[in-house]
Design a protein around this ligand. Structure first.
Ligand SMILES: Cc1cc2nc3c(=O)[nH]c(=O)nc-3n(C[C@H](O)[C@H](O)[C@H](O)COP(=O)(O)OP(=O)(O)OC[C@H]3O[C@@H](n4cnc5c(N)ncnc54)[C@H](O)[C@@H]3O)c2cc1C
Length: 361
């Protein structure tokens, strides 16, 4: 058999699989219809939050710990900048159930994971939070958990580095080639692509939001959601140092899950924009229909605006410029990160469209 393993899809998951398999001496064929890292899937947008004290569940802690080791190995081997441990904050009011990414209070589960795994962290009361992190204007009586070892990963660099090393270690990577189907024979698998039919001992399907196309039985538990990211320019340049040196954050101003936002330090200089986002949940449209996109932008902006104004050092923006109206939103390109001028608009936002999936199970 020409290959031990075919990896279908070379985003975050597939590039890692191809790299680890090639490192283990396994012969790998990696396939992707595009050229990763690209902007069509889930793995782009400059930064991704990483925390060791993961409120999503203690079972993830060893995986995140190992991932941090791997990011550092990759940096040593390629010279790429992948992991920045700038610290991370989870903030929520004490009474908030804030059941993000699972059940129970996300803040409490974060603290529990930190305690259970002896992860360096600090619990912060409202006054301490406000004093230590004046760049954030708290909505009320939020409390926090600060983890100094948290931070962000550069997803495009991580994919690039893993694919480069996978190739150096013998993997065959074919871009512009889509897996269209497979037959599982028990002992081996026949994989059909847009260019060829190959036999392998195993197929790894890491096609992210496209997973149900190849594995239809997953269609009932996978839902694809559009995720929109915003990069805000600074109205007051003097707020830049505070935002540059900021931790990453996940912030629930109340108990309503749909109001949770997350953000990053300004990693690309004073003109690079402050990246802030919220999560889209089931029930919101995926299709890029103008009316749906427009409505979604408005929802996102009305939620982000008060917090982002806070990020701007509490400066209020004069009336008319605060809401430039739908035309301006509509005129925004929506594919990748964009600059929008002039700065007098509060919607100095760049948007990136992403596809993401959630498991309903
Ligand atoms: C906006 C946004 C913000 C996020 N923030 C965070 C965060 O802060 N922290 C965090 O930990 N996680 C975060 N995530 C989640 C994380 O980014 C994803 O879990 C991860 O990128 C998923 O990678 P993937 O490889 O599964 O999917 P993808 O990156 O989408 O890769 C799938 C690949 O499969 C390819 N493909 C599709 N069909 C086929 C086919 N038939 N044959 C071959 N190849 C195919 C695609 O071209 C693509 O390259 C975020 C996700 C989004 C969208």
């Amino acid at each position: 058999m020409p290959y031990d393993v075919v990896v279908a899809g070379l985003g975050a998951m597939g590039s890692a699989a191809a790299y680890q398999l090639a490192t283990a001496g396994v012969s790998v064929l990696g396939l992707d219809p595009y050229q990763p890292p690209h902007t069509r899937g889930s793995t782009h947008g400059d930064t991704r939050i990483t925390r060791v004290a993961v409120g999503e569940g203690p079972e993830y802690v060893p995986l995140v710990r190992r991932s941090h080791e791997i990011w550092r190995e990759l940096e040593d081997r390629t010279g790429a900048e992948i992991l920045s441990q700038c610290g991370g904050l989870v903030m929520a009011p004490p009474q908030a159930s804030f059941a993000m990414h699972g059940s129970g209070s996300f803040l409490e589960r974060t603290v529990a994971a930190a305690e259970a795994f002896d992860i360096e962290h600090e619990r912060l009361g409202t006054a301490e939070l406000a004093a230590r992190f004046p760049q954030f204007a708290l909505a009320g009586d939020e409390q926090g958990c600060y983890e100094p070892g948290a931070g962000f990963v550069r997803p495009e660099s991580a994919v690039e580095a893993q694919l480069r090393l996978a190739r150096e270690r013998g993997a065959t990577l074919a871009f512009g080639e889509r897996v269209v189907g497979y037959d599982d024979h028990g002992t081996h698998v026949t994989v059909r692509t847009t260019n060829q039919t190959v036999e392998a001992s195993a197929l790894v399907v890491t096609t992210g939001p496209w997973v149900s196309e190849l594995v239809p039985e997953l269609a009932s538990v996978v839902r694809i959601l559009r995720q929109v990211l915003f990069w805000f320019d600074l109205r007051d340049p003097s707020s830049y140092p505070g935002l540059r040196d900021s931790p990453v954050y996940i912030w629930s101003p109340g108990s309503d899950l749909s109001e949770v936002i997350y953000g990053f330090p300004m990693v690309d200089g004073p003109d690079g924009g402050a990246k802030v986002a919220r999560e889209q949940y089931p029930g919101q449209p995926l299709r890029h229909r103008p009316a749906a996109v427009h409505a979604e932008r408005h929802r996102g902006l009305s939620l982000l605006r008060p917090r982002v104004q806070a990020l701007r050092g509490h400066r209020r923006v004069p009336g008319p410029a605060r809401d430039p109206g739908p035309q301006r939103h509509r005129s925004l390109p929506v594919r990748a990160r964009r600059r929008l001028r002039p700065l007098e608009s509060v919607v100095t936002a760049h948007e990136a469209m992403d596809r993401s999936l959630t498991l309903n199970a």
